[in-house]
Write a new protein. Structure first.
Length: 174
């Protein structure tokens, strides 16, 4: 009986040590990092994941933290780039419609003519600005512009212009 009680106490002590040892501390920090990320605090969550990798490099939690950092940064990049990708998609979809009309020699005078029904408004970019459209003087070509996040001509990055002329990107279009 004493031997059984001793073994049970020894097992409990060993299990407790495992839970508070490097693997347990790494797992707890990893879980805390995931909670931060799920709550929307990506920066602090990634900082905690990096801490797991630095302080407990040989643990299972560190291996998972490496994967989670890569995934989280990828998601953050996608979220950051979403407006530009969405603007590009809008430009391509609008240009496809214009190309079909151009080949039939029926380009509209204004983009709002493309919108059916009572809505009658030109396509609007992710920053709330309508796409700029100009039909060439002979009516056989067109230029479609999105002026980026700043809504003004010129700029770089998200503020950079995207220009499609007669179905081809001539500027921007990343």
């Amino acid at each position: 009986m004493k031997a059984t009680l001793f073994i049970m106490i020894a097992c409990a002590v060993c299990l407790g040590a495992a839970c508070t040892g490097p693997e347990g501390r790494a797992a707890a920090t990893y879980d805390e990092a995931l909670e931060k990320i799920e709550a929307g605090d990506l920066e602090d969550g990634v900082r905690l994941l990096q801490q797991v990798i630095t302080e407990y490099p040989d643990t299972d939690a560190a291996m998972e933290a490496r994967k989670e950092i890569e995934f989280s940064r990828g998601i953050a990049g996608a979220v950051e780039n979403y407006p530009v990708a969405s603007a590009r998609d809008l430009m391509v979809r609008t240009a496809r419609v214009l190309e079909r009309l151009r080949h039939r020699r029926r380009l509209p005078a204004a983009l709002d003519e493309l919108v059916p029904g009572k809505l009658k408004s030109a396509p609007v970019d992710p920053w709330g600005e309508p796409l700029a459209y100009a039909r060439s003087d002979n009516g056989r070509g067109y230029t479609l512009n999105c002026f980026g996040s700043d809504g003004m001509e010129g700029g770089v990055g998200a503020a950079g212009d995207m220009v499609i002329r007669n179905g081809e990107f001539v500027e921007g279009g990343w």
